[in-house]
Ligand binder design. Structure first.
Ligand SMILES: *[C@@H]1O[C@H](CO)[C@@H](O)[C@H](O)[C@H]1NC(C)=O
Ligand SMILES: *[C@@H]1O[C@H](CO)[C@@H](O)[C@H](O)[C@H]1NC(C)=O
Ligand SMILES: *[C@@H]1O[C@H](CO)[C@@H](O)[C@H](O)[C@H]1NC(C)=O
Ligand SMILES: *[C@@H]1O[C@H](CO)[C@@H](O)[C@H](O)[C@H]1NC(C)=O
Ligand SMILES: *[C@@H]1O[C@H](CO)[C@@H](O)[C@H](O)[C@H]1NC(C)=O
Ligand SMILES: *[C@@H]1O[C@H](CO)[C@@H](O)[C@H](O)[C@H]1NC(C)=O
Length: 388
């Protein structure tokens, strides 16, 4: 009966996606740098797993900023001693601050990971749009990051756009996967040569569908999943416009993909990704439920770059995941040790609605300018520093 069902679903799989090469999901491709570090992610005996999301750390601009950023990470990790994993959702380093010397990225990266080393926390990383602007390209940054014993970051298939395309299972105490973490590389800018921000390209989405279908075929069920990347999908803008959310938007709108490549549609099709977490827009921290998929920003963690708004504390979003049945709850943890569950609801208002992702054609910020805080900050930084 079971095997018949399995055969049937494999057949269906074949019919539905004749172009997929079955992905070998039993292959453990996690590079083992140090056998003393346990690379397996496991729910505790109460079925709980906790993730701390740091986003937009922006190391490399000034020694003061870097010291403040490291302190913020350290304070958050001290306040969350039971965190099982740190996820870095991009722009760990301000590549535009590069001084032209080889070894620059690695020296900033060493500083950036030092709070995780000091607190003995494993981490997994997705690249942002600024990390690769210095002396290392995307693949080289992944190679460098994964040389740390505590890093779970992996190099994605080399025929896909971007580098940080990979997934990690969180198993229960019997070794059965209960949650899948997907990491996507949202690239830099001009998705498919359309002016604006980068995106997760169709080839990456096909890869995700292949992994998801293979997992469904292997385990004969849909395993709930969480997605992490740097740049938000356009559905974040739609959610802000038309749905109640917790938290705020103070940035130049939503700096989402310049082309909607259908990642959200693929999540709904596969039915596994029920929660997604990004960064990129330093002055946005809202989170909500968009037709059954939680879409959330983190809290700007670092001191480099613009933002967060003056009244906001630097910090992290914390994700508390419960297995079987899956549930997730989140709150913000700040560098002064305090924490906050975001409330009250923001309700849609006509005067606050955006019709395009920032920096795409037709975009103007609320004061009538066609450029986002992000682009403006980088331009100003470069023009100030090139004068010397
Ligand atoms: C999948 O990977 C595992 C572990 O590397 C290996 O033992 C198995 O033979 C592979 N299966 C296929 C179909 O390639
Ligand atoms: C560039 O930065 C690196 C890392 O901070 C430093 O070691 C190096 O001396 C700097 N080079 C110059 C030319 O300033
Ligand atoms: C990784 O662990 C090994 C064995 O404990 C150690 O020799 C090595 O220096 C560590 N590497 C890093 C980058 O921390
Ligand atoms: C984008 O432009 C480059 C250079 O002109 C070209 O090689 C590439 O095929 C274009 N890509 C797309 C998706 O249009
Ligand atoms: C959103 O706000 C509601 C009502 O104040 C609160 O119960 C909930 O925990 C909040 N959710 C998040 C993710 O902050
Ligand atoms: C809009 O852009 C202008 C310059 O392009 C900038 O000075 C201003 O701060 C921006 N406003 C907002 C709310 O982002």
């Amino acid at each position: 009966m079971t095997s018949l069902y399995l055969l049937g679903s494999l057949f269906l799989l074949f019919i539905l996606c004749p172009n997929y090469e079955a992905i070998n999901v039993s292959k453990n491709n996690i590079r083992v740098a140090n056998e003393n570090v346990d690379k397996d992610l496991v729910f505790n005996s109460n079925g709980q797993f906790k993730i701390v999301q740091f986003t937009d750390l922006h190391y490399g601009e000034t020694v003061y900023y870097d010291a403040f950023s490291a302190n913020a990470q350290n304070q958050v990790l001290i306040a969350e001693p039971d965190a099982d994993l740190v996820v870095l959702t991009g722009d760990c380093v301000s590549g535009y601050a590069w001084n032209g010397s080889a070894g620059w990225l690695a020296s900033k990266w060493d500083h950036m990971v030092s709070p995780m080393l000091a607190n003995n926390k494993r981490w997994a990383m997705t690249l942002g749009n600024h990390d690769d602007e210095a002396d290392l390209d995307r693949q080289q940054i992944v190679e460098y990051d994964s040389s740390f014993n505590l890093s779970l970051t992996q190099q994605g298939p080399n025929d896909l756009h971007g580098a940080t395309n990979y997934w990690l299972p969180i198993n229960d105490q019997n070794g059965e996967p209960q949650t899948i973490l997907y990491f996507f590389d949202s690239n830099d800018d001009n998705c498919q040569n359309i002016t604006g921000w980068g995106c997760v390209y169709p080839d990456q989405i096909e890869w995700y569908r292949g992994v998801s279908l293979s997992l469904q075929a292997k385990y004969n069920r849909i395993i709930p999943a969480i997605a992490f990347m740097h740049i938000p999908i356009p559905e974040y803008m739609d959610m802000w416009n038309f749905y109640p959310v917790n938290g705020s938007l103070y940035d130049t709108g939503v700096c989402c993909f310049s082309v909607n490549t259908g990642l959200y549609a693929a999540f709904k099709e596969m039915g596994d990704v029920v929660s997604m977490h990004v960064g990129h827009d330093h002055d946005n921290d809202f989170i909500g439920n968009y037709n059954g998929v939680q879409l959330g920003y983190g809290r700007k963690s670092g001191y480099g770059g613009y933002g967060p708004p003056p009244s906001w504390k630097h910090g992290a979003r914390v994700l508390e995941i419960t297995a079987n049945p899956f549930s997730i709850s989140t709150y913000l943890r700040y560098e002064d040790g305090s924490s906050e569950t975001q409330a009250p609801y923001h309700l849609p208002q006509a005067k606050e609605q955006y019709n395009t992702c920032c920096d795409t054609y037709g975009f103007v910020n609320v004061t009538g300018n066609p450029i986002s805080n992000c682009k403006l900050y980088e331009q100003n930084f470069k023009s100030i520093h090139s004068k010397h």
